[in-house]
Design a protein around this ligand. Structure first.
Ligand code: FES
Length: 159
């Protein structure tokens, strides 16, 4: 319902969970940077992985985008904490959109979150080639360089 959409999105938008950054050079941290070419919104998702069991022990995000993108990334971070990389790699944007009751025009906002977690996992695999790797399928829309610079800057996320 329209009401549920407003409540859940607004809750995550007003009280986003797990906003922040982790040291991207740390061996056990995977960093995903993704963008939505249609609107220019960008998202950074970072995961910290316990290499002994391929489990996500911590997760942070920064999103420069619309309220639905911020809510999608906030919800995603709650979802993946404690998951194995394989489980997290199977999350689909449709699950996120359903939970937040996003309307069709906002589906691509939840796609950013799916792309973001896949991109973070694949970055972790790149840094840790000996980790048990799982197939992530297609991922990651190309992002303009200037948007990546925006994510690297330490300004807080804004709508
Ligand atoms: Fe593009 Fe939401 S409008 S991510």
């Amino acid at each position: 319902s329209r009401r549920a959409y407003h409540e859940k999105v607004l809750d995550h938008y007003n009280n986003p969970r797990n906003v922040g950054s982790m040291g991207k050079n740390e061996q056990d941290v995977g960093t995903g940077l993704v963008g939505a070419p249609a609107c220019g919104d960008v998202m950074k998702i970072q995961i910290k992985v316990d290499p002994t069991n391929d489990t996500i022990t911590d997760v942070k995000f920064k999103t420069f985008g619309c309220g639905s993108a911020i809510a999608s990334s906030s919800y995603l971070t709650e979802l993946v904490k404690g998951m194995t990389l394989e489980q997290a790699g199977r999350i689909r944007n449709t699950e996120i959109a359903k939970e937040l009751c996003l309307p069709p025009v906002k589906l691509h906002c939840s796609m950013l979150a799916e792309d973001g977690i896949k991109s973070a996992i694949s970055n972790y695999y790149k840094k840790n080639p000996k980790a048990k790797q799982t197939d992530l399928g297609g991922t990651g829309a190309a992002m303009p360089k200037i948007e990546i610079e925006k994510l690297r800057a330490d300004t807080p996320s804004a709508a």
